[in-house]
Write a protein that binds this ligand. Sequence first.
Ligand code: G3I
Length: 333
Amino acid sequence: QKTLKSAYRDFFPVGVAVAPRNLTGPEAELIIAQFSSLTPENAMKMGPIHPEPDRYAWQDPDAIIAFAQNNGMKVRGHTLCWHNQTPRWFFTDSTGRQVSREVLLGRLKRHISEVVGRYKGKIYAWDVVNEAVPDTGISIYRRSKFYEIIGEDYIEKAFEYAHAADPDAKLFYNDYNTENTAKREKIYQLVKKLKDKGVPVDGVGLQGHWSIYEPTAQELEKSISQFASLGVAVQITELDISVHPKEHVRRAKKPADTGELTAEMIAKQAAQYKMLFDVFRKYKGVVTGVTFWNVSDKSSWLDNFPVPGRKDYPLLFDENYKPKKAFEGVVNF
Ligand code: G3I
């Protein structure tokens, strides 16, 4: 019986995003059998791990790290600096007024040093900065609070703080929509700037929230090879293949989709997964990790998102934790 981790042993670790509730019962068994790496889905984000200025919530991330260590798995850290899930206190003083550049940089430094320092040697790769590039417009910088208060150098500072706290960890810039031509170009410019300045960035994370309609093999190869040309590694950090069209595909192609799972969706999903992993293997040595975003179709962040009431089936294991048709095409090559 082939498993994801045995099939890909010579290529890259195959990971999965988890919460502590996934680490018991049948889900834990599935995780141990199939995966060689874990990413905390939420537990290491700024809000969950650092809810108040002088309080860190280590319990959930510690539990995930312990589970990984007990089962010989690697851990990817996610994420040190993101405009989402960051508590309001980060940007304001005790009177509610926005803090200065110096104060925010100091907070960012302390946060990153504490979190990366605690898990030094236990987390092999970190998503240091997440989603800093906007989907639209010509600027390569999203107008986030970090950008507005600190300026564009908050990104390089975050990488420098992380590198100082664990010089052996691989440091990633992570983003979505990386196959959109305009956004890919902006991310490329950002990472190139960082590399040219000598900032310690080791890789680009393609989140991989894709669908049965996109990307094409050409689009994916273009992304991987363009980022690789900067001399950095590429990891697929949050893979799932929605059976429903993303908004831009829905507008352009208007596929029939009542929200129900159809045989056509199942077949298209299997073909899409097979294509993706064919490409990942082709870039052996460049693609150094692939992580799925959630364990099985029983529960995905895509359930009810972006369409309330609509279920999705984006993963390789079904609602009863059994391998789907798509699984076969991924492990047999
Ligand atoms: O834990 C709280 C609970 O205490 C509270 O009562 C409840 C009420 O809303 O919320 C719970 O937190 C939710 C959390 O997931 C844990 O389930 C948050 O509301 C919800 O916003 C959060 O969603 C997460 C989302 O990031 C936040 O933007 C998803 O689980 C997570 O899968 C998703 O992951 C992101 C990556 O980090 C970055 N890339 C995109 C990806 C998908 O959006």
